[in-house]
Design a protein around this ligand. Structure first.
Ligand code: SF4
Length: 295
């Protein structure tokens, strides 16, 4: 095991990203293994992760290039350069179709940010928030009395399976970005826009689409291609309030070096690669390594 003497405020500011925030919330000990206990050990990216990164690049081309034909040419070249799987060759069409449906339903938009890395100081906790935003879009809406309103949507592109559980986690991630963006530029997003190019409503018998659409201030658009859905929702203040409590707890937990083990037989066995490290402690055969290092 790599030994480090970790103090998040000793040599500068603690940096907190969306991933590290979500990681600590999943299990403080997992955060510790990844950032402190075994910081040099990283699992290689899975094929799904590589595919997700590539599709983000196509989404960027779709958002920032004018004209469907230009998008197609640019995305097609990128797909070829990236040697992507043949079924993903249609991803540019899916994203371009979704983009067209978004413009039809919500009107033309201005791209404020796209795939942009930003950081901002949270001086209440003295931490540096960092993140890479998939997109920040400005829309306009004219109400029945002819008054124009502006709204700002934070965009997140999610590949792979999509479910209500993943929607909830993504909403929490976008709450993190809401805070980051507000600290960074004073912008306050009003909406979240989730783009799920792989989601096929037919396989889900439209249940998730219908449930989402039936709620207040939520809208769905579908691509003309076999898969692809975009989900737009007005930000619910309750989501932000719940996030802020979790955020405060997380930062205070990291700064006070609280890296408790959060064992769950199913999750640890199925989804965590640190099970081998945690199991001896769970069985009473090893001490808490986070306390050893602190001591
Ligand atoms: S194995 Fe379980 S308890 Fe250990 S780090 Fe992973 S999630 Fe946390």
């Amino acid at each position: 095991m790599t030994q480090t003497s970790y103090n998040p405020t000793a040599d500068g500011l603690l940096r907190v990203s969306k991933s590290s925030f979500m990681l600590y919330n999943t299990c403080p000990r997992k955060y510790w293994w990844q950032h402190i206990g075994l910081p040099d050990i990283r699992e290689p990216p899975t094929p799904e992760m590589i595919r997700g990164t590539n599709i983000h690049k196509i989404a960027e081309a779709v958002l920032t290039t004018d004209g469907a034909e230009k998008v197609r040419k640019k995305a097609y070249k990128m797909l070829k350069d990236m040697d992507m799987h043949i079924t993903d060759m249609f991803m540019d069409e899916t994203l371009a179709s979704l983009d067209e449906q978004i413009r039809k339903q919500f009107g033309e938009y201005e791209v404020i940010m796209c795939e942009e890395k930003i950081s901002a100081l949270d001086d209440k906790h003295n931490v540096m928030l960092v993140g890479s935003l998939d997109g920040v879009l400005r829309f306009w809406h004219t109400d029945d009395e002819g008054n124009e309103h502006e709204y700002i949507a934070l965009v997140e592109v999610k590949t792979g399976n999509w479910s209500t559980g993943k929607l909830g986690r993504t909403r929490r991630e976008l709450c993190f970005y809401t805070k980051l963006l507000h600290h960074h530029s004073g912008l306050m997003p009003t909406h979240f826009l989730y783009i799920t190019p792989d989601y096929n409503p037919q396989q889900d018998a439209y249940k998730m689409v219908d449930d989402f659409r039936s709620k207040k201030n939520k809208h769905v658009v579908q691509s003309d291609i076999r898969s692809g859905v975009a989900w737009m929702e007005r930000i619910n203040p309750r989501s932000i309030n719940a996030f802020m409590k979790a955020y405060d707890r997380t930062i205070e937990g990291i700064q006070s070096l609280d890296f408790n083990i959060r064992w769950n037989d199913y999750y640890c066995g199925q989804y965590c690669s640190y099970m081998v490290q945690c199991e001896p402690e769970m069985m009473g055969l090893a001490d808490d390594p986070t306390k050893e290092e602190q001591g």
